[in-house]
Ligand binder design. Structure first.
Ligand code: TPP
Length: 296
């Protein structure tokens, strides 16, 4: 009884309770907690099909302590637009927040996301970027990085893994004229929370993308999601970025930045373990490009 009481008082204020069934050490679920800390109770959440939806809402239970709706894989943006229109009609200031994986965002939901952004709707879209379709067994998405081994880009004698370079979703968001666009990783909880608060305080559509290491997808140990998210930033492969009114306003590639070699990031993960030195140099070149591009 007492234990139950302590448990309830400790967790009752959490917007996503610990009662979910994601993989141990899941980088996405950790990032979600950092997002939730920025939200107030007057918020409606929309989740596209994917790991987050599946692991938090096994029927008839739900780990969510905010109003939450599951959309199809492809139409989270349209559902959010409908909810926002109803709230506007009722003159309600309730915040509307979409959460989706990279498959739903970079690929299958992109058309409807584009429409929502075009209409300038005051909706925050958060993409938890695991760099693959994690929920269905790690197929490559438009976000999968060059060289990664996935079940649809298998590394082997004749293949070095994915031959496509990760799609630039931030640029796509910026091209729609969004006033707030940001990028973070699971390893920086306060950075995530602050960015979500800023996005919600900015009128109009906003987009935040969070690199969320996936334990089975990245082939890492259950205690390595944080390390993966940190090394992505330290190597320059996935810098912490913030664009306000289309201008790069904060970047982890600043005066204090000292780049680690990409091999530190790649060697942590089984999905890159087949890469040759030449292939690792190609990925180093991508990091070097970022370091020039995002220097503040
Ligand atoms: C139209 C449609 N296509 C495919 C699926 C199967 N499906 C369900 S979840 C999922 C993967 C989700 O990947 P992502 O959006 O990256 O989210 P993650 O699971 O990685 O968090 C797929 C392919 C579906 N439900 N609907």
């Amino acid at each position: 009884m007492e234990l139950g009481k302590t448990y309830m008082s400790k967790y009752s204020k959490q917007k996503l309770s610990p009662g979910h069934n994601a993989c141990a050490g899941c980088g996405q679920l950790s990032a979600v907690q950092s997002v939730m800390r920025a939200l107030n109770d007057d918020t409606i959440l929309i989740s596209a099909t994917g790991c987050l939806e599946v692991t938090t809402t096994a029927h008839p239970q739900s780990a969510w302590q905010l109003p939450w709706i599951h959309s199809l894989f492809e139409n989270a943006a349209a559902i959010a637009s409908g909810i926002k229109a109803a709230l506007n009609k009722k003159k309600k200031k309730t915040k509307v927040v979409i959460q989706a994986g990279d498959g739903a965002t970079y690929d299958i939901g992109l058309g409807l996301i584009s429409g929502m952004w075009e209409r300038g709707e005051d909706i925050l879209y958060i993409c938890y970027d695991t760099e693959a379709y994690s929920n269905t067994g790690i197929q490559a998405s438009g976000s999968t990085p060059w060289g990664a081994n996935t079940v649809t880009t298998p590394a082997g004698e004749k293949s070095f893994g994915s031959s496509q370079v990760k799609k630039d979703m931030l640029k796509i968001a910026l091209a729609h004229g969004l006033n707030y666009v940001a990028q973070s990783t699971t390893a920086f909880p306060d950075d995530i929370t602050n960015k979500v608060k800023k996005a919600l305080a900015t009128p109009g559509p906003s987009y935040i993308q969070i690199l969320s290491p996936c334990i089975p997808g990245w082939k890492i140990k259950t205690n390595q999601a944080g390390q993966g998210g940190r090394l992505a930033v330290q190597t320059g492969l996935y810098p912490l970025l913030e664009y306000v009114n289309g201008i790069l306003s904060t970047s982890s590639i600043n005066q204090n930045f000292k780049a680690l070699p990409v091999s530190a990031y790649l060697s942590l993960q089984g999905r890159f373990k087949h890469l040759s030195q030449k292939e690792i140099s190609n990925i180093q070149a991508l990091a070097n490009k970022n370091i020039k591009l995002f220097k503040l």
